[in-house]
Design a protein around this ligand. Structure first.
Ligand code: MN
Length: 258
């Protein structure tokens, strides 16, 4: 099995090194291609208006001066000689990727890019209230067995898995829960200040969750000390709305067929 390891926190991130170690418990054929700099929040963006450069650190370690999507695209198409990877692991992210984080996350976007190529992909994140005291031992202890089980999965098309390890010591983890994507409450996280030259600026801060998360969600699972595993589908079509859309658009019944 050939594994590509990538992330959005950049080539020097601790979580990337840890994920590489974990990947090595599954196979000897591990490649690391990651962004040169921290790309958290880059989502599924591509660099289109400038050339992409890469830096070869060793035979199987490369840094790409672009987004996580750029890194995976270049890795799969150009930088890794054939055969293509059998599995792409993205992370381990420094902090959670829960609920609508999924749409902003570079960690998840890297897995999305792999899924677009038909390669099984898993995004891994270590939830951390304090980003300076991340409980890496928790993902280190639980990820190898979890990944080994997941490699047995008959992987469906256009699907990736989003895994979040809870912010509790390894021994306190209750186990694994299969969850759905939750929803936080947006708003009240923009910090508005004045810079040293007297110009106002706005800095996007962190969302503080105030209401209890809905049961069954990724948010609820990690809050209770479970590892959250959410299958994410790239086809974001909302099928239940087909019928009602057809009605208001005067298209009668056969909306899905046409
Ligand atoms: Mn990140």
């Amino acid at each position: 099995m050939r594994i590509l390891v990538t992330n959005d926190d950049g080539i020097n991130a601790h979580g990337l090194r840890l994920l590489e170690q974990i990947a090595r418990t599954l196979t000897d054929d591990v490649w690391v291609v990651a962004p040169e700099t921290n790309q958290s929040g880059a989502g599924h963006s591509l660099t289109l208006r400038r050339p992409l450069r890469w830096r070869k650190i060793s035979e199987r370690h490369m840094a790409v001066d672009g987004t996580p999507t750029d890194a995976v695209l270049l890795a799969i198409q150009k930088l890794i000689p054939p055969p293509k990877p059998d599995l792409v692991l993205s992370g381990i992210n420094h902090g959670a990727n829960l609920a609508e984080d999924v749409t902003y996350s570079g960690t998840i976007a890297a897995a999305m890019e792999a899924a677009l190529f038909g390669i099984p992909a898993i995004a891994l994140s270590q939830v951390a209230r304090d980003r300076h005291k991340i409980k890496w031992a928790t993902s280190e202890r639980w990820a190898p067995d979890l990944l080994r089980r997941l490699t047995r999965l008959d992987w469906p098309e256009d699907v990736l898995l989003n895994i979040n390890f809870p912010d509790v010591p390894a021994k306190k983890v209750k186990g694994v829960k299969i969850t759905r994507q939750g929803k936080k409450k947006l708003g009240d996280h923009l910090v508005e200040r004045v810079d040293p030259r007297g110009e106002p600026y706005i800095w996007i801060g962190l969302l503080k969750e105030t209401r209890p998360p809905e049961p069954g969600t990724d948010l609820a699972a990690v809050a209770e000390g479970w590892i959250s595993v959410t299958p994410i589908h790239l086809d974001m079509t909302h099928r239940p709305l087909f019928r009602q859309l057809a009605t208001v658009l005067g298209l009668a019944e056969r909306a899905e067929a046409s």
